[in-house]
Design a protein around this ligand. Structure first.
Ligand code: FMN
Length: 209
């Protein structure tokens, strides 16, 4: 509201509500790592990720660029949260030791199911309705060495039948909802308030009026 009063605050985190993705990457021994990430956004057929430098995921991508960006939906929040205190990095980096513990089998720990990918090595997460097979094309250091911006080229998109508008290539926004990480709380999407002028699904999607 225009007449609202604002005050200056210094929040410890700035997670203002972004979708949660589960990244699968390949470890040195060929096994799969699985990690929840909320710094992810798409531009065309590329997705840019923000990854902590000390994560196993960042190290894996620097050595082997294949990954799957598995987009989580709200019913998976507890599976995501089971992964929250875990890292595939061994030994656990000093900066993470107070909070994280090493876990080599993240799929089992999360109660999620690996499914073979078609173009890349790491598996997809079967429970995720949207799975993007991808390859990291550029890793750019940022945050005084704290994180990497990773630009990924999406090679193939797998979408569960139930979220695709029949007979089209479009995801039905009425049937798909991302899991949103909102200041360390998990949310689904609230009901639609409108659509963009370039929408390809207005009038044809299940929820369209
Ligand atoms: C919901 C959620 C969102 C997260 N978002 C990010 C993120 O955007 N970038 C990041 O580097 N770590 C993020 N993390 C923390 C990583 O999951 C954590 O560092 C984890 O240890 C990485 O696993 P890895 O070391 O096996 O790669 C997030 C964790 C949770 C639970």
């Amino acid at each position: 509201m225009a007449n609202e009063t604002h005050r200056v605050i210094r929040p410890s985190i700035l997670y203002f509500g972004t979708p949660v993705v589960l990244l699968t990457t390949e470890n040195d021994d060929g096994s799969a790592n699985l990690a929840p990430i909320s710094s992810a956004w798409a531009l065309g057929q590329r997705v840019v990720l923000g990854l902590g430098t000390e994560s196993r995921t960042a190290r894996n991508l620097a050595a082997r660029p294949d990954l799957v960006i598995n987009v989580a939906s709200p019913e998976l929040w507890e599976n995501v949260e089971r992964l929250a205190p875990l890292t595939g990095a061994h030994p656990v980096p000093e900066s993470k030791r107070a909070v994280y513990r090493y876990e080599p089998d993240k799929f089992a720990a999360a109660g999620l199911t690996p499914a073979g990918s078609e173009l890349v090595g790491p598996p997809r997460v079967a429970e995720c309705a949207l799975q993007l097979e991808a390859r990291a094309r550029a890793l750019t250091p940022g945050g005084a060495g704290l994180f990497l911006s990773v630009e990924c080229e999406v090679l193939r998109v797998h979408a569960a039948e139930r979220i695709v508008v029949p007979g089209t290539q479009h995801v039905d926004p009425a049937r798909w909802s991302p899991l949103i990480y909102n200041f360390r709380h998990y949310h689904g999407l609230a009901p639609e308030v409108g659509h963009g002028f370039r929408s390809e699904t207005a009038g044809v999607a299940a929820g369209a009026a």
